[in-house]
Design a protein around this ligand. Structure first.
Ligand code: ADP
Ligand code: NI
Length: 206
């Protein structure tokens, strides 16, 4: 099997393993993150494209928001699959590291991560902001049936999630290219929030 055939196998494995996710974490999220990550790789000139592509496609497998599987089960499943298509152990280790450490909500910041990890994490974060990020946030909030906004209880609403996470991402980017793209996407979040709050509270309408 050549590299392209291996990537096709990884795509099929990823699709099989995310069928129970919300529409914000579906195949198209993986597709966008993979493309963003490969773009960041060419702009930055760092990291191995094959590792980046596999890591991006598998970064959300058994995401804790949708699964109650012990991490050991996830590692074993991914490892066995990658071994079955003849991926080197050193690459498997990288892919598992990304899957384990990419999440913002765990709050864990790994020490001196690889270029591949930094790039895939930036790509995932870029997909959480900008126009697509806004669409994804309300998709996930709807999936959980969270309120759109609650002026009395910020933390449970999707608008509250902007403060909790989305507005912080631009300052957490790992790469220069990612930072530049994030700052543009961040501006749209700010504009959206301003308009949203103006519409909510008529006294704030200009
Ligand atoms: P994490 O990094 O916290 O594991 P993900 O990157 O998997 O989360 O989350 C992807 C997207 O899911 C977020 O960018 C956001 O759009 C959505 N999301 C997560 N939690 C919430 C929430 N409480 N309300 C709205 N959207 C959420
Ligand atoms: Ni993701």
């Amino acid at each position: 099997m050549n590299k392209i055939q291996k990537i096709r196998q990884v795509e099929a494995f990823a699709k099989r393993n995310i069928v129970h996710h919300d529409a914000g974490h579906d195949w198209w999220h993986l597709h966008r993150v993979r493309n963003l990550a490969l773009y960041l790789q060419s702009a930055e000139g760092t990291g191995d494209r094959f590792i980046i592509e596999i890591s991006a496609l598998l970064h959300d497998i058994d995401d804790k928001k949708f699964n109650k599987i012990a991490p050991a089960g996830t590692e074993e499943k991914i490892r066995l699959f990658l071994q079955s298509i003849d991926i080197d152990d050193i690459i498997i280790k990288e892919v598992l590291f990304t899957n384990n450490n990419i999440s913002f909500s765990t709050g864990i910041k790994p020490e001196s991560p690889s270029y591949e990890f930094r790039i895939v994490q930036d790509a995932d974060r870029l997909d959480a902001i900008g126009a697509i990020g806004i669409a994804r946030a309300f998709t996930y909030g709807g999936y959980r049936n969270n309120p759109i906004y609650d002026p009395e209880e910020q933390s449970l609403s999707t608008i509250g999630h902007f403060d909790d996470k989305l507005l912080k991402l631009k300052d957490l980017m790992n790469t220069a290219t990612g930072r530049k793209m994030a700052s543009e996407r961040h501006e749209l979040l700010e504009f959206f929030l301003k308009k949203f709050l103006e519409e909510w509270d008529l006294s704030k309408e200009p």
